[in-house]
Design a protein around this ligand. Structure first.
Ligand SMILES: [Zn+2]
Length: 108
């Protein structure tokens, strides 16, 4: 099962990037061509599909739970914000959700 982690779209006409933060958070771009709604519960769009660049993200619920657990564990052992982020990145790596080529020690 997948979980919506970001409900977001970009308008091709005005360039606005808009997102819906919760179930009844209906937002429109500044030119009014597109709208988003549904938050993390469902993805609803208004407007022509030709005007929408979809930017939403979903994630396997199991791996999302593992990632939340990683953040929780880092917090419980007193890690600072960077330590929490690094724990989350390691969790995403362990779930094979990262492009590891972007995380090498080489500067190119
Ligand atoms: Zn627009």
């Amino acid at each position: 099962m997948k979980t919506i982690i970001q409900n977001e779209a970009q308008c091709k006409k005005c360039g606005d990037i808009i997102w819906s933060g919760h179930r009844h958070d209906f937002k429109s771009c500044s030119c009014g061509a597109i709208s988003v709604d549904g938050g993390r519960d469902y993805i609803r769009r208004c407007g022509s599909p030709d005007d929408i660049i979809e930017r939403s993200m979903s994630m396997d619920s199991y791996h999302l739970a593992l990632t939340v657990d990683a953040a929780k564990q880092m917090r419980e052992v007193g890690r600072n914000d960077l330590g929490i982020v690094l724990g989350v990145i390691r969790s995403l790596r362990d779930s094979n959700l990262l492009d590891l080529k972007l995380f090498t020690n080489q500067d190119k």
